[in-house]
Ligand binder design. Structure first.
Ligand SMILES: Cc1cc2nc3c(=O)[nH]c(=O)nc-3n(C[C@H](O)[C@H](O)[C@H](O)COP(=O)(O)OP(=O)(O)OC[C@H]3O[C@@H](n4cnc5c(N)ncnc54)[C@H](O)[C@@H]3O)c2cc1C
Length: 380
């Protein structure tokens, strides 16, 4: 299908596709066995400057489009989803700084994040909540020219890898966001999370113990942290859906490959069994629909439109489509799909995640339904 991408966007896709297949693919087995990502690979990924793609040159970005960024995340995710988290989560911190940060903070952190010399984290979730600001426990208290932050964050991607983290904490008049350097003695990396997938990705606890930051490290206005969280979440949500599309495309390709290789009485199952063909077509339909929706929402962001409703719909659809695609692709493999010898086993485990992260799909349904009810305009 022709989605009308520009030459530059197609070049980004080709470049990252080649990179991911050459540098990441050969290491996937090892990363899965060892549950870690080699430092050299992390360095190479950051050197591809994916984080900086959708940001203007003024702050060190590539000045490309958001669509180009989506294509890059999709290609990384096609090969190995955990590797896409590095630039994606750094881009969350970068987007927060770009939209809400002072020139001082932009100069100090944004340029480094966009060039790939710094890695970012974005920490809202706590043991008690990942979506409700009223249930936050982390507190920031003003002490002269400084803020002192105390609390515990959980499920934080890049918690140990990041150089700088956006930290959400309660202040006297609501939730506020702060940029905290991870070299701060009060930023302590806690337990690393063990999930059913993504073992090689860095995700864990952050303990803030009397973390002192200068008053200039407040991101945006005091008490407006939840607006910052929501603003960044729309950007990140859409980018994470590029991960759904990359993963679903990989599941489709694995299913087609297996259906051609596996024979039944000398005939490939893909040509012999209509049930197998049914599965292949069903997966392809979901991939095509997710992809078209992703690119349409990405184009809306590039036009500066408010995509709050569209982003929620995209996440609801594409995250479930990716899970269903992976499940159907595993089914095509029969029992071999359960074996770690086949890529689909990993894709199946990874495919559940985006239904529950970055605002669960229940929360997305609440967002979508409220937008529809309030606007009364339906889908334009
Ligand atoms: C791999 C991974 C990476 C992550 N990375 C980060 C990160 O970098 N930074 C970060 O801050 N967080 C991160 N998270 C946390 C994640 O984004 C949150 O846990 C997630 O958004 C869910 O929030 P919660 O924990 O509050 O869920 P809960 O609110 O506890 O949800 C529990 C259940 O209740 C339902 N529910 C809650 N509220 C409502 C409602 N109003 N209406 C209907 N149903 C509701 C939910 O849908 C869910 O089924 C990560 C999580 C994972 C697994």
């Amino acid at each position: 299908m022709n989605y009308g991408f520009t030459r530059e966007e197609l070049d980004i896709r080709e470049n990252i596709r080649k990179f991911a297949r050459k540098e990441i693919e050969p290491l996937v087995g090892r990363m899965e066995r060892e549950n870690r990502m080699p430092d050299e690979l992390i360095k190479k990924i950051m050197e591809m400057k994916v984080t900086g793609l959708p940001f203007p040159g003024e702050w060190g970005g590539a000045g490309s489009t958001f669509a180009g960024f989506l294509l890059a995340i999709e290609e990384l995710s096609y090969v190995y989803l955990p590797c896409s988290f590095l630039p994606l989560v750094s881009a969350m911190a970068a987007y927060g700084l770009f939209r809400f940060g002072s020139d001082y903070l932009k100069e100090k952190y944004l340029k480094g994040l966009l060039s790939g010399s710094l890695k970012g984290a974005w920490a809202f979730t706590e043991p008690g909540t990942g979506s409700d600001p009223k249930q936050l426990h982390t507190r920031a208290v003003r002490d002269g020219d400084q803020w002192v932050i105390n609390g515990v964050k959980r499920f934080i991607t890049n918690s140990a890898l990041a150089d700088v983290a956006g930290i959400f904490a309660l202040t006297d008049n609501g939730v506020s966001a702060f940029m905290v350097e991870t070299s701060n003695p009060g930023y302590i990396v806690g337990k690393r999370e063990e999930f059913m997938a993504f073992g090689s990705a860095d995700n864990g606890e952050v303990i803030l113990e009397n973390a002192h930051v200068g008053k200039e490290n407040l991101l945006g206005e005091e008490g407006r942290g939840f607006d910052i969280l929501l603003g960044v979440e729309v950007f990140a949500k859409v980018a994470s859906c590029a991960g759904n599309v990359g993963l679903a495309r990989a599941a489709l390709d694995q299913a087609v490959k297996y259906a051609k290789e596996k024979t039944h009485r000398d005939a490939p199952i893909g040509f012999k069994f209509q049930m197998t063909q049914w599965n292949l077509a069903a997966i392809a339909a979901k991939v095509a629909a997710s992809r078209a929706l992703l690119y349409a929402v990405g184009a809306g962001i590039d036009r500066g439109e408010d995509v709050t409703l569209d982003a929620a719909l995209l996440k609801i659809f594409s995250s479930s489509a990716a899970r269903e695609a992976a499940a159907d692709a595993l089914q095509v493999h029969g029992p071999y799909g359960l074996s770690k010898e086949y890529t689909i086993e990993r894709l199946y485990r990874e495919s559940k995640f985006n239904e529950v992260v970055l605002g669960t799909n229940e929360i997305q349904r609440v967002i979508a339904a409220n937008a529809l009810l309030r606007s009364g305009k339906g889908l334009q």
